[in-house]
Design a protein around this ligand. Structure first.
Ligand SMILES: Nc1nc2c(c(=O)[nH]1)N[C@H]1C(S)=C(S)[C@@H](COP(=O)(O)O)O[C@H]1N2
Ligand SMILES: [Mo]
Length: 416
């Protein structure tokens, strides 16, 4: 067939498919027509000559065309105390690649020699122990996929309109964590009567420490030495961290060196001066551990510019520290109407869950919102509902719904 006739046929087919789009198809053929994907494919240089040899480099790197990076989230007051955000808007699925896991360090990343590292467990226990990493590696291991979110993620007073998702929600990542369940170790040392709290202390220069209640310690907490199949990255606590699923990231003490069992909380700096929630009546809530249901749309999101009107899939992430996500609803009109999004399985407890909803952007303004419900029936609040209870003096645990405004020119910014 002559090229002109081919092009006309392709045009007609894509028109038909686009028309069918309303009944279920997505009208992508129209996009193919727009990019001129008709006729024989190019045979570029990379199809004509053999590619690079194996093991170059020995530890594989992303494509040169896909170089994502973490970004400092806040201007650091001093360089060691800083955080970087995960570029959630550019990721797929639920697992965060190790090189893109968010970071929050109170005194930089220590360079710990694994053979010299020790974990001590003492206090109200029958048999205090000092363990090497090899001791832990021999013990029964578990691997579980969980999110980790800093409770300071998403500032209480709201994100700036110009912020990307990395800036508004980037202190959130999700990995498969492998290690020894803390309850296994507690059984090994024998907890004495009256024991109720455990102090966990890091080996970094901040000596960061937190108290966790014994029941939380026995609810799936892991002494983790591996993340997504390989040993922990230095930034994530190499060679050993505590990982406490479903609760604020601060409890997952990195570079873990000591556990002390006691009968009451230890009242460390991180649970007195920090990580408390100032309420409207001037009192402060302490030990507000759990990360309640939250969701955010990742595509489209802040800083993006939508090109042509037409089909695009709205995608996002939902998570809850209280088990599994049960439902996510999406609105494209600022909350007037809500539609149920599809949850991408497996839906795991205390884990990121991806959701998606087909959408046609008609070219006008739209306001995108998502709202998660978890298996306890708890519904993610909007900002007004959250402020009605917690006031404006809080800092941590902002799980409010989060809007993206699509302007008529396709520009996406945060609003609502
Ligand atoms: N020893 C130690 N543990 C720590 C921290 C730290 O600075 N030192 N930061 C905490 C905070 S506030 C968070 S949110 C998480 C961040 O873990 P990540 O850097 O692996 O993302 O680690 C926690 N554990
Ligand atoms: Mo944090």
């Amino acid at each position: 067939m002559p090229p002109d006739a081919l092009r006309r046929l392709a045009h007609r087919r894509s028109f038909l498919r686009l028309a069918a789009g309303a009944a279920g198809g997505v009208g992508l053929a129209a996009t193919a027509r727009a990019t001129g994907a008709v006729g024989p494919l190019e045979v570029p240089q990379w199809s004509r000559t053999p590619g690079a040899p194996v093991a170059s480099p020995a530890y594989g790197q992303p494509s040169l065309f896909e170089r994502l990076g973490r970004r400092p989230r806040t201007p650091p007051h001093f360089p060691g105390a800083a955080s970087t955000g995960t570029p959630l808007q550019h990721l797929h699925g639920i697992i965060t690649p190790n090189g893109l896991h968010f970071e929050r360090h109170h005194a930089g990343v220590p360079a710990i020699e694994p053979d010299r590292h020790r974990l001590a467990i003492h206090g109200l226990v029958e048999r205090p122990l000092v363990l090497t990493l090899n001791d832990l590696l021999r013990m029964p291991a578990v691997s579980r996929i969980h999110f980790l979110e800093c409770s300071g993620n998403t500032p209480w007073l709201g994100a700036k309109p110009s912020w990307t998702l990395q800036e508004s929600h980037g202190l959130l990542s999700c990995s498969e964590w492998t290690g020894v369940e803390l309850s296994t170790l507690l059984d090994e040392v024998g907890v004495k009567p009256g024991a109720a709290w455990i102090l966990a202390e890091g080996a970094d220069a901040s000596g960061m420490s937190r108290s966790l209640p014994l029941d939380l310690a026995r609810d799936g907490a892991i002494l983790a030495y591996a993340q997504n199949g390989e040993r922990l990255r230095p930034e994530q606590g190499y060679p050993l961290r505590l990982f406490v699923p479903g609760v604020e990231g601060n409890l997952s003490v990195k570079w873990l060196r000591r556990l002390k069992v006691g009968d009451q909380p230890f009242q460390t700096r991180e649970e007195t001066a920090k990580y408390t929630d100032l309420m409207p009546d001037g009192t402060a809530r302490q030990f507000t551990f759990v990360m309640e249901a939250k969701s955010v749309i990742t595509t489209p999101s802040g800083g993006e510019r939508l090109g042509e009107p037409g089909f695009r899939e709205i995608r996002g992430l939902a998570w809850t520290g209280r088990g599994r996500i049960a439902r996510v609803e999406v609105s494209t009109d600022g909350g007037a109407r809500w539609q149920a999004a599809t949850l991408e399985g497996p839906v795991l407890p205390r884990c990121l869950t991806r959701f998606r909803l087909p959408w046609r952007w008609e070219g006008g303004p739209a306001q995108l919102l998502s709202r998660a419900t978890d298996e306890t029936g708890y519904v993610q609040p909007d900002r007004a509902a959250l402020v009605a209870v917690r006031g404006t003096q809080s800092f941590y645990h902002n799980n409010a719904t989060f809007g993206w405004q699509v302007a008529a020119d396709g520009g996406v910014s945060h609003a609502g």
